[in-house]
Design a protein around this ligand. Structure first.
Ligand code: HSE
Length: 425
């Protein structure tokens, strides 16, 4: 039986869930995996959290050096979130030879190279299954199960808060602001929801996932990001008429020139796409490999026990590794621009308000034609004075669409351009 000492840094939602799983599953892990996990330290200022869990209070404290100096601790699980003090503490632990396990996607996506350098110096492991899509074993799938493939694309709903909001807007015909308030009341959204609703959380996760999928570093600086705060119930309803669902997608693809395009934004997908049926706070990632074809992993991307499940899996995995493995690519923020494309190709949904008078459509179509933007379908609804026009545009480069919409907005007959939403077919 391999005995390992573990320290838990923080006893919040996920730290608490991890504690409960480690206690409840201790004997099963020992029997099934031959690993006897002993929790030796809990770093937590609020002792009442430890009391509520029935933890041994003699191991609860605030001194990280007790963890660093305890030779019996080989794995440190971090639940502080954010950059500091997590980064300083984890680097200290890594340099002392202790492997770390974390759900901290912001820290990992921004400082992975520094963490890896410290880990190599300390001959320690870095495990971050819980950082992306909570309890869904997506990291292990990418690193341990896809060797027989070149991954062609990865597309996911990797944020539960935004999926909850968009699902409710779609199902109940509500506006964003009203659903956000309800999500905050129910505890799905934070008091400051920026990280989730503006796509930062998804961007952090996409940086980690796409780096592993394409075996090359995809820093957050190379990811296009747009959140859901400007999405309207009107567009969700029109999308439905075309057979689409609106989702906040994290997308990474290798394009025909071998360049990577990575982006987070709201997108319409056909209602028949497997990701369209992912509702509420659930997450899912759809991967296409050149040999395996399509795979989809689905589950809870947040929460005490789902994320704790991934943390515990990493603790056991860390205990069983003879030698730590590091990123299968040069782990640096200094990547060449030439490996990435920002002119990605999509179909588009466009909504605008125009004066309802002769020649308007011809003028708009003229601007589209000049910019190589080709109309697939359109709907027009008029109140006699003004008309609302919705276009579906054939696949084209982002730059063409942006230029066309700038030019269209300058036409005197166009009152406003109200929505430009990408469509992933
Ligand atoms: N806030 C995230 C979500 C979970 O809503 O999915 C942690 O990344």
């Amino acid at each position: 039986m391999k005995k390992i000492g573990v320290a838990l840094l923080g006893l919040g939602t996920v730290g608490g869930g991890t504690y409960r799983i480690l206690m409840n599953n201790h004997d099963a892990i020992a029997k099934n995996d031959g690993v006897d996990v002993e929790i030796r330290h809990i770093i937590e200022r609020d002792v009442s959290k430890a009391e509520a869990l029935g933890a041994d209070l003699s191991i609860v404290g605030t001194d990280i050096d007790k963890v660093v100096n305890d030779d019996k601790v080989s794995v440190v699980a971090e639940f502080f979130g954010g950059i500091e003090p997590a980064k300083t503490f984890l680097i200290k632990c890594l340099l002392a030879g202790k492997s770390i396990v974390t759900a901290n996607k912001e820290l990992f996506s921004k400082h992975w190279p520094e963490l890896e350098e410290a880990a190599k110096k300390g001959k320690a492991g870095l495990y971050f299954e819980a950082s992306c899509v909570g309890g869904v074993p997506i990291i292990r799938t990418l690193t341990q199960s896809m060797q027989g493939n070149n991954i062609l694309s990865l597309m996911g709903i990797v944020n539960g808060t935004t999926n909850f909001i968009l699902s409710k807007m779609a199902d109940e015909g509500l506006e964003y602001a009203d659903v956000l308030k309800e999500a905050q009341r129910l505890g799905y959204a934070e008091a400051d929801p920026t990280a989730d609703v503006e796509g930062f959380d998804s961007m952090y996760k996409l940086s980690i996932l796409s780096s592993l999928a394409f075996r090359t570093k995809v820093p957050i600086s190379k990811i296009y990001r747009e959140g859901i705060s400007k999405v309207s119930k009107e567009d969700i309803a029109y999308g439905k008429k075309f057979g689409y669902e609106l989702k906040l997608l994290a997308i990474a693809k290798r394009n025909a020139e071998g360049k990577i395009e990575a982006r987070v934004h709201p997108a319409f997908i056909p209602a028949s796409h497997p990701l369209a049926s992912v509702k509420g706070s659930f997450n899912a990632v759809h991967i296409v490999g050149d040999n395996v074809g399509d795979i989809m992993l689905y589950g809870r991307g947040a929460g005490d026990l789902p994320t704790g499940s991934a943390i515990v899996s990493d603790i056991v995995f860390a205990a069983k590794q003879a030698k730590p493995q590091y990123a299968p690519f040069k782990n640096t923020e200094k990547v060449s621009d030439s490996g990435f494309s920002s002119n990605f190709y999509c179909n588009y949904y466009l909504r605008m308000k125009v004066k309802d008078e002769e020649g308007v459509l011809a003028k708009i179509a003229g601007v589209f034609g000049k910019n190589h933007v080709s109309i697939n379908t359109m709907i027009q609804e008029s109140d006699g004075e003004n008309a609302k026009i919705i276009f579906l545009i054939h696949k084209t480069g982002e730059k063409n669409v942006k230029k066309a919409m700038q030019d269209v907005a300058l036409l005197p007959c166009v009152e406003s351009v109200d929505a430009v939403i990408r469509v992933e077919e």
